[in-house]
Design a protein. Sequence first.
Length: 163
Amino acid sequence: MTVNDRVSTDNQLARLLQIAVVLEEVVEVRAARHYETLSPDERDDDIETLLEDAREESADHRQRLEALIDELDAEAVPLEEVEALVEATYAQTGPEDFDGVLYDQLHGEETAYKFYDDLIEAIEASDAAFALDRERLLGTLKTIREEEADGVEEVTAVMEARE
């Protein structure tokens, strides 16, 4: 399932939120891997802080998303199925596909931002009633989307400062 239609059931919403959780895990794991494998040329306070903040933010986003999922009256989708979907749809590139840590981090932030933007649009286009409060749901997703936009700006600023 991708975000290209209206979200009309708790099951659809739960699955899309699970996709968001896995996307956050991808960003968190990649940031952690980059942090641990920075070469001496790449090490500086700005990059280390950026990667640490990305890990912490992704963990926070996952917790907020999982809290929303817990409130839904929905069937659980096996994690392996969601991970496979994310891999096929959103994680077709690996860290090695980018010219450096910052480009990979930028890609992750932009992918997450776009996903949240599409998800919000699909929920707003729907008149379905969900088992959780629509305004709280949209408020949480919009906050996360804005934090992803801030992440894009932070990565871009670090990239520009290094040029």
